[in-house]
Design a binder for this molecule. Structure first.
Ligand SMILES: [Zn+2]
Length: 338
């Protein structure tokens, strides 16, 4: 009797233990499932964050593009206004006296060899006058678009000038040498392309410029003479930019503006707009310097380029690079009165 009770007790204990194990096992399964679920959720959230970050980067690039376009437009406008004032102003005489230059001991390597007897190619001789030449310029590269731009230019036997912006990317940096190898002119635009920073003072501008100058020199062994101000030369605080111009010219650099705008600075400009902007206005200039961009996202420009080259070639244009012997296209700057 006692033995039977003991067996029953044992059986009950075993059943209880089994139940407990099963319950524990099920609980473990539940928590594993919950863990997997929460891992999935974390992954989904991370995916969403990445997506949002990409969208944000796109939006930021878009806004930056629009800001530059507005700057370029205001630069052109300021130049036109200055032209009006210039016409009504009396010629101002040079003070003649050499003042102490506060920058002359800074950036000792930052000098270029510019020739100062510069002429428009069209002024050269009659034969040159017959020839129609367009000077295409590309700002803000190198980018993933640059090799494609180079291939299209090759197809039309066209040469161009590239105003480059520093890129922290080995692949893009290697395009600098490619630009030179294909016979184009390498010119400088900016290191940071940060308007607020570079136009805050002459020193800020020179420090930024030296960095892009060194980057190009390290990659290509070349020391470019030509440069373009981000947003054009009439951008930024006038007094500061006037001083920058003076100092950069003293160092032998030549800045270039443009007189034909493709309008591709704006992200809203379509391929058709670009073709129309260039081909309908180029005829007004005897030394047409065309503003285009090969920076990130300028796909409309890439799509427009073959048609632009095709149409202008049919009109008898040839495409050459800018160089330091030419009289540059520069916006008229209001003279300082101090
Ligand atoms: Zn730019």
């Amino acid at each position: 009797m006692k033995k039977n009770v003991l067996i029953i007790l044992c059986l009950l204990a075993a059943a209880g233990l089994g139940g407990l194990c099963t319950w524990q096992y099920l609980r473990q399964q539940d928590s594993l499932e919950a863990l997997a679920q929460s891992q999935k959720q974390t992954e989904e959230t991370a995916g969403k964050v990445t997506e949002l970050e990409e969208t944000l980067a796109d939006r930021e690039a878009y806004i930056k593009g629009q800001e530059e376009y507005v700057s370029e437009l205001s630069s052109q406008l300021a130049a036109l206004e200055a032209l009006g004032e210039e016409n009504s102003d009396e010629e101002e005489t040079d003070d003649g006296e050499e003042e102490d230059n506060p920058y002359q001991y800074d950036y000792p390597e930052l000098y270029a060899q510019a020739e100062y007897d510069r002429r428009h190619p069209a002024e050269d001789d009659d034969e040159e006058k017959e020839k129609k030449t367009a000077y295409l310029t590309f700002d803000d590269g190198p980018s993933s678009l640059t090799p494609k731009v180079l291939d299209i230019l090759d197809e039309y036997n066209a040469k161009a000038t590239f105003f480059v912006v520093y890129k922290d990317d080995e692949e893009y940096t290697s395009y600098l040498s490619e630009i030179v190898k294909r016979g184009h002119t390498l010119a400088l635009h900016s290191y940071s392309h940060d308007y607020k920073k570079i136009y805050a003072s002459v020193d800020n501008f020179l420090a930024d410029f030296e960095k892009v100058y060194d980057w190009v020199y390290e990659e290509t062994g070349l020391r470019p003479t030509l440069f373009r101000f981000p947003g054009g030369s009439t951008n930024g605080k006038r007094a500061v930019v006037d001083e920058i111009v003076e100092e950069m010219e003293r160092r032998g650099f030549i800045y270039y503006d443009w007189n034909v705008s493709s309008g591709d600075g704006s992200n809203l400009t379509t391929t058709e707009n670009i073709i129309d902007n260039v081909t309908s206005t180029i005829g007004y200039q005897d030394f047409p310097v065309v503003l285009m961009h090969d920076g990130p996202g300028k796909n409309a420009t890439l799509r427009a380029l073959p048609t632009v080259l095709e149409m202008l070639t049919e009109e008898g244009y040839e495409f050459e690079t800018l160089n330091e012997t030419m009289k540059p296209v520069q916006y008229v700057r209001k003279r300082r009165t101090s």
